[in-house]
Design a protein around this ligand. Structure first.
Ligand SMILES: [Zn+2]
Ligand SMILES: [Zn+2]
Length: 369
């Protein structure tokens, strides 16, 4: 399961930016494609060429966009469109959420609150389960009191599930078209369009109240992207070294990464002192950190900042291991490296070519306090 860092979008003058996760990109593209396929819009007509181009921009995971790579700079119109689509995810949370049900036969419409529908469904399910439980009790009573056949018959018989079907109050039909609707906060008219930009009746701007939740400063967005880029690079490298790496391990390693941390690389080895076979080691400009798994379970690790490291050595000529001694006199030994580690070199001028035990020892010697 590869991890994508997400995408960084900047306004034309680069003063504003948006960082979104990969899933958001996919959701935005799905929304754009819906609009291109005829989903209704409340507000100005959107230019199809701009939409098509935007769909292409957000739909492609960019393997080349890294922390130094050129960010995606949106034109003024693309930025407005992106904003309008992204805004839908937030503004729907703020507006009342209702379902319009249109009878396929007589076209009678009803408005429903999905929250209430869910509640009603849960109530019906609960009372159904209570009835079944009472039936089983009664069936067991019959079996125990010398009516085994009757008892078994009752136990086998499952009452039909109560119907949650809704019938049209006009024609008693039960086939409906359903669509999500809401109400304009200004003129209180029903809005059944898929994309809400501007109210056609009162010109209310649906996007304005959520604009702040979409954009941040360009510098902030770049920082968010950089952190996410490092997370996914570490996650991909670590998972390539240990397919069974668990989320606890990734969270632990990620906890040692900030916007200005450079990442040298990740290695898989054995933590000799604690006899932990499956240990992941992360070396950054801030220090070294490690954590293990025992079978599939996360085992908390440790970390040392460079200023805490007094020396680095190897235990003997026969074994290829790395031993660190902290200023407090504690030692930690990593050995039995599985292959070479993954050199990442993110934010490291000149990069990092290899990540074997020798490189790790040299690195530690260079970085230690
Ligand atoms: Zn009807
Ligand atoms: Zn309105």
């Amino acid at each position: 399961m590869e991890s994508y860092p997400g995408s960084l979008y900047l306004s034309q003058d680069r003063s504003l930016g948006i960082f979104v996760k990969h899933e958001v990109n996919l959701a935005v593209r799905e929304s754009i494609d819906k609009v291109l396929n005829g989903a209704s819009t409340a507000g100005p007509r959107l230019d199809r060429d701009v939409l098509r181009n935007l769909s292409r921009i957000v739909g492609e995971p960019k393997p080349r966009q890294d922390e130094n790579g050129p960010p995606t700079v949106l034109s003024h119109t693309e930025a407005l469109y992106f904003e309008a689509i992204r805004a839908q995810f937030f503004l729907r949370d703020d507006l009342p959420n209702r379902i319009k049900r249109t009878c396929q036969v007589c076209h009678n419409t009803t408005i429903e609150d999905p929250a209430q529908l869910a509640q009603r469904a849960a109530d019906i399910q609960r009372s159904y389960e209570r009835t079944r439980f009472m039936d089983r009790l009664a069936a067991q009573g019959l079996s125990n009191s010398g009516h085994p056949v009757e008892g078994i018959m009752r136990m086998l018989y499952t009452p039909p599930k109560p119907s949650l079907d809704f019938f049209c109050p006009v024609c008693n039909g039960k086939d409906f078209d359903r669509s999500r609707v809401t109400f304009c906060p200004e003129c209180h008219n029903l809005r059944d369009e898929s994309l809400l930009i501007q109210c056609p009746q009162c010109d209310y701007d649906f996007v304005a109240p959520v604009r702040e939740r979409i954009w941040t400063t360009g510098a902030n967005a770049v920082r968010e992207f950089n952190v996410s880029y490092k997370y996914s690079a570490i996650s991909n490298a670590a998972r390539a070294l240990d397919i069974n790496m668990n989320n606890g391990q990734m969270k632990f390693l990620a906890g040692h990464i900030a916007a200005d941390t450079s990442v040298f690389g990740v290695a898989r080895c054995r933590l000799i002192d604690n006899r932990r076979r499956n240990t992941l080691l992360l070396v950054t400009s801030a220090g070294i950190c490690w954590c293990s798994r025992i079978y599939l379970v996360f085992a908390p690790g440790g970390s040392l900042k460079w200023e805490e490291v007094a020396s680095v050595s190897k235990t003997s000529n026969a074994i290829d291991d790395v031993r660190l001694t902290s200023r407090a006199g504690r030692t930690v030994t990593f050995g039995s490296f599985i292959g070479d580690g993954k050199a990442l070199g993110i934010g490291v001028p000149g990069g990092v070519k290899a990540f074997d035990t020798q490189t790790i020892r040299h690195l530690i010697a260079r970085m230690k306090g």
